[in-house]
Design a protein around this ligand. Sequence first.
Ligand SMILES: [Zn+2]
Length: 372
Amino acid sequence: MDLHWSFLLVPLIIGYFAWIPGYGMNWIAASWWTTIAVLLFSFVLLHELGHALAAQNRGVKAERIILFPLGGGAYLPEQPSNVWEEVFVYAAGPLANIILALLAWGLLLTRPDGPLLIAYYLKLSGNLVVFPGIADQILGLTLAVNLLLAIGNLLPAYPLDGGRILRALLRRPLGARRATVIVTGLGVVIGSGLAWLGVRLSDPLLVFGAGFIILLSVLEYQNGWQRRRLANKAVGDVLRLPLPSLYRVYPGQPVGEVRRFFQATEWPILPVYNQWNEQVGFVEASVINEEAEDDREPVRRYCEREFVTAQPTEELLAITERIVDANVYGATIIGPRGELVGYVFTEDIMPLLDTRLKKIKRRLRQEGPAGE
Ligand SMILES: [Zn+2]
C-alpha cells in the first residue's frame, strides 16, 4: 500500500485552517481538524480494504493500493473472469462504507438525542438544537461521511466504482468498446454536473474532484481508441530487423563510439550485449545526448538493464501492453527456435496511434517552409 505524496499537504492545510492571524496557532482547532483528517483517512482506507479483500476472496490479486487524501485506488492487474465477480470486487468498497454508516446510525440511535443528531448530520434539518459531545460528533461524521463516500463512488461514471460496475454489466450485451464509450461519456456528463454544483456551492474540492473524473474519462476513452487501432496491426508492421554485428553495443564501450553507432544507424535505441553476445538491455540515443558529457566514459551507466521479449506470432497490442507495464523502451522479438527476429520500439508504435489530424500536422511540420 502506498501513500500518495499529496498527504504531505494535509498538515499544511490543517495548519492553515487553525492559524489565527495576530493570535497564533489555535491548538484546540488543530487537534479537532487532525481528528477529522484521521477519521477521513480511515474511512477511505476501509473502502480500499473492502475492494482488496473482495478481490482476494475471488482469487484476483489486487496489486497495490494507493491512498490519496480524497480517495484511493485499488489496482487490479488482472480483470476478474466473471462479470459478477468483477461487480462484487468494485461494489465491496462502497459496501464497506455503508456497513460503517449503518453501525454509526445504530450507535447514534442509542444516544439520548440520537434522532435529532441523525437529522442534523444528514442535513435533513438545518439547525441543531442540541449540543453534541465529542463522541456524538464523531458518530455523526462517521454516518455522514461514509454515506457520502458510498453514494459518491456508486455514481455510474468512469472512473468511479459505479461506472466500473456499469461497464462490467454492459460488456456482454454491448461489447467492451461500446460499454467503455457509455461509461466514459457518463463520466464527462456527470463530472460536468458535479463541477457546476461545486461552483454553485463554492466548493473547490468538489470542482477539483469533478475535473479529475472528466480527465480520467477522456483518457480512458482515448485509450480504448488506441487499443482498437493497435488490434488491427501485426508485429511485422513495426519490426526492425537486427543490425550487423558491427553495431553491437557492450557496457564497457566508450560513449563516443556509441554516439557514432546512433548516427550511422539512425536508430533511436540500440540493444546492449554482454561478453557472450546475449542481450542485457537497451541504450537510448536521447539519454546519451542529454546526459553523457565525456565521450571516453564507458556507456554502462546509461544502459537500461530491463527489456521484454516477445514472439513474432504475438499480437502487437499484447506486446505494447507488456512494454508499457514494464516501462521499458522496447521488446526483443525472439523466434520459436530462440533466434533473434528483430525489435519493436515504442517510437515505432506511437505513429500507429496518431489520429489523422496529428498525421497531417506532422506532415506539414516535416515539409515546412522551403529552405528549412
Ligand atoms: Zn472504490
